[in-house]
Structure formats: structure tokens, C-alpha cells
Design a binder for this molecule. Structure first.
Ligand SMILES: C[C@H](O)[C@H](O)[C@H]1CNC2=NC(N)=NC(=O)C2=N1
Length: 93
């Protein structure tokens, strides 16, 4: 898996609501109604994450989840990170 160029990342970001590049990783802060909604999102996401074998760096406090996506094996952002970001946005609804 190859790292995406700045240009490719910028293009992909235009279709990824709420995501940005922060410290070389795709970043988004999710906010839910309460802790159970937030944790339920993490549970739903876990199924897709495991299926993709592509894992986020995420931090949860009560109803908020900060997510960072980077491909560790490539040392940067790859298509897998874009795909997972898109998947997380679909689960957010
Ligand atoms: C052994 C296992 O397949 C690898 O470590 C996978 C697991 N999940 C992963 N997740 C992420 N974000 N990056 C990786 O490079 C990665 N590699």
C-alpha cells in the first residue's frame, strides 16, 4: 500500500465530511448524544475495522471520540485510511 500524495489527500478530503489532516494523519472529532451512543458507534465500527484489518487510533471521553487514521506499515496516509474514514462517516448517522 502506497502513501497518497498531498494532492490525492486533498481531493479525497473534499468528499469526507468533518475530516482534516492533523500531524500527518486523517483526523475527525465525533460528537454523540451520550456515552452509550459513542460506545455503540465504536462497537459498530469495530466490525468493519476488523474486517478491513485497518485499525484507528481513537480516544473516547463520554460522548466524544477523536479519531486519527494512518497506515502504520506505510508510515503515512493510504487509501485504506480514506476507506475507513468513509466507513466511519456512514456509521455516524
Ligand atoms: C499484522 C496486521 O495485519 C497489520 O499490523 C495491520 C493491522 N492494522 C493496521 N492498521 C493501521 N492503521 N495500519 C497498519 O499498518 C495496520 N496493519
Amino acid at each position: 500500500m502506497f502513501r497518497l500524495t498531498e494532492e490525492q489527500i486533498r481531493t479525497e478530503l473534499s468528499g469526507l465530511d468533518g475530516w482534516s489532516v492533523l500531524n500527518g494523519k486523517l483526523h475527525k472529532d465525533f460528537v454523540f448524544d451520550d456515552f452509550i451512543e459513542a460506545f455503540g458507534f465504536m462497537c459498530k465500527a469495530a466490525i468493519h475495522i476488523e474486517k478491513m484489518n485497518h485499525h484507528p487510533e481513537w480516544f473516547n471521553v463520554y460522548n466524544k471520540i477523536s479519531v486519527d487514521l494512518v497506515t502504520h506499515d506505510a508510515g503515512g496516509i493510504t487509501q485504506n485510511d480514506i476507506t475507513l474514514a468513509r466507513t466511519l462517516n456512514l456509521l455516524e448517522k
